[in-house]
Design a protein around this ligand. Sequence first.
Ligand code: FPP
Length: 244
Amino acid sequence: MSLPKHLAIIMDGNGRWAKVRGKPRTYGHVKGTRVAKQIITECSRLGIQWLTLYAFSTENWYRPQGEVSLLMRILKRYLRKETENLLKENIRVTVVGETSRLPKDVREALEKTIQATSRCTGLNLVFALSYGSRQEIASAVRALAAEVAAGNLPAEKIDEALLSEKLWTHPAPDPDLIIRTSGESRLSNFLLWQAAYSEFWFTDVLWPDFNQKNLHDALGSYQQRQRRFGRVETSNEKLPDQTH
Ligand code: FPP
């Protein structure tokens, strides 16, 4: 099997990584950002088409104010410093999530990076920011309900494909592989609808220690799996590509 078309990563364990070093949690986020940079470059080099990074969840707003504002500062600094490199690497940046909740300066920095990289044709890098999958599904349902109420959509026409089109992640294909670091084995409100047939790869490695070898191990493991999408593969019938 080839590379995943869409890889999604839950970058977990920054806080614990810092704690064992006797440092504040924010120290882990700074190191975690450096790691994210290296993994983005490696995915781009490998020719992966879509990479979604869970950088800030809707639940993360409930963290201490100091940690939230430092995460926002890190994000802004990353965007300011990295846009030039992203352009050079032909990486197109987009964002999914309730971006209206982000501070104005972060929104502006994001907008600049999205604009600047909009014509890039290499890796599609998606930052999940202020992202919650249940919120995303509720928003898609609201959009469809509004069309039904306006008389533009017969309710019986609503199917999986139509709902997928209203998700913030559209037009990204569903993730083929989801990696989560730091020993946790749960989705935590990340791509719930989109992960219906995703493969998972969990590792005890904390995100700030995650490296190229770990990424290659995950991709290698993915390549050995047989994805049947709930069906049975017969010798003369190849299974279709299930992604939207
Ligand atoms: C989870 O670790 C990580 C986050 C909540 C933030 C992830 C953000 C980054 C890696 C930096 C942003 C990335 C870019 C590219 C700008 P945790 O704090 O939940 O760790 P813990 O579970 O050990 O407490």
